[in-house]
Design a binder for this molecule. Structure first.
Ligand code: SF4
Length: 354
């Protein structure tokens, strides 16, 4: 263990990445980075992190911001439940812990959106606590070191145990950062650079020549595909948008209305029916604008978007929280999911081309 720790720490001293959240010990800033990094790559997170810290420099400023502003700042990062939980957790820290992030693991774990890896990541980076972490990169490194013969999800307790045994008792901060860097830059998913790896001589996968076969892949069922009809409804140069209900996937974000195509239905029929059911209005479905394909964790969608014209009726928020008529120029003021942003871009170029 001592040899593993010291070889990794000296590798990190020379090869560790310089990342903006490593220049601070502020638990709030580190918390921001940990939440953003949960399902997003470092290079995408960096500009978001920097903008976020300018917009919400303290836990107070973040907790007191309204959710729409928060979702707008998060726009494009995906997995919006992270932003909503983070916002609730910040309000809780402000109200219950005088704005100080808890230094105790059990207390931190009670906050919304904070699991064991995130808590370990924050407490080690901010307070140098020697707590284990197990993110995607770390799982891969450890699965290879121990030549784990089952997919990681089937051996989580063993992996946690190894992470806990390995973490340096005095240098939890640097050790965990080093372990993440090793996974991100050397022990990569494809073609790990074993020849420059500080752990090569202790790595069972390398010693057996099976590093590229590990970790064993999780067997997954194919994910379902939903075909959706989407309406860009025009009336007097304005477009109708709706705010999704606060809970669930993409909760609280704005969107162009629409819904799932039923068996035997054309896209046009689907749009007409959905708009009647969701908003209680009659529309005329016009020409096709764009089809956007997007993959979420558990399903894929194809959004078939059509220009539509309002014909009759006053729109009502039947299956959403709010509706608004807005101009094309106002659309960027509202937080939209990524797939809808492509629709906005297509709208802008179709309108500028007349
Ligand atoms: S020797 Fe290779 S497989 Fe083993 S930890 Fe290092 S990079 Fe990963």
């Amino acid at each position: 263990m001592t040899e593993l720790r010291s070889s990794l720490l000296s590798w990190y001293a020379n090869q560790g990445r310089s990342l903006p959240w490593r220049k601070t010990r502020d638990p709030y800033a580190i918390w921001v980075s940990e939440i953003m990094l949960q399902q997003t790559q470092v290079k995408t997170v960096i500009p978001y992190f920097e903008r976020w810290m300018q917009q919400f420099p303290s836990i107070e400023s973040f907790a007191n911001a309204d959710l729409q502003t928060v979702l707008k700042a998060w726009e494009g990062l995906g997995y919006y439940a992270r932003a909503r939980n983070f916002h609730r957790a910040a309000q809780q820290v402000l109200q219950e812990y005088e704005g100080q992030f808890p230094t105790n693991l059990e207390t931190a774990l009670k906050l919304p959106g904070i699991g064991r890896t995130t808590a370990g990541g924050i407490l080690s980076a901010a307070f140098n606590q020697s707590l284990p972490i197990l993110d995607g990169n770390v799982k891969r490194v450890l699965a290879r070191i121990m030549a784990l013969e089952v997919p990681p999800s089937r051996s989580m307790s063993q992996l946690w145990e190894l992470s806990e045994t390995l973490v340096d008792p005095e240098k939890g901060r640097d050790f965990n950062q080093a372990l993440m860097d090793l996974g991100a830059t050397v022990c990569t998913p494809k073609n790990p650079a074993c020849l420059i790896c500080p752990w090569r001589s202790h790595c069972k996968a390398y010693n057996r020549g099976i590093q590229s076969e590990l970790p064993m892949s999780e067997t997954r069922a194919p994910i379902p595909h939903k075909v959706i009809g989407v309406a860009v409804i025009w009336k007097d140069q304005k477009i109708l948008i709706d705010r999704r209900k606060a809970e669930g996937l993409l909760g609280g974000l704005w969107e162009f209305p629409g819904g799932k195509v039923e068996p035997g239905e054309t896209i046009e029929q689907c749009i007409q029916r959905e708009i009647q059911e969701e908003l209680g209005i009659e529309i005329e479905v016009g020409e096709h604008l764009i089809t956007v394909d997007h993959t979420y964790t558990h399903f894929r969608v194809s959004l078939n978007v059509h220009h539509c014209q309002h014909v009759a009726g006053e729109p009502q928020a039947i299956e959403c929280d709010e509706i608004r008529w807005v101009t094309l120029d106002q659309l960027p003021e509202f937080p939209f999911p990524k797939a809808n942003i492509k629709i906005i871009e297509a709208l802008k170029s179709s309108c500028s081309n007349g």
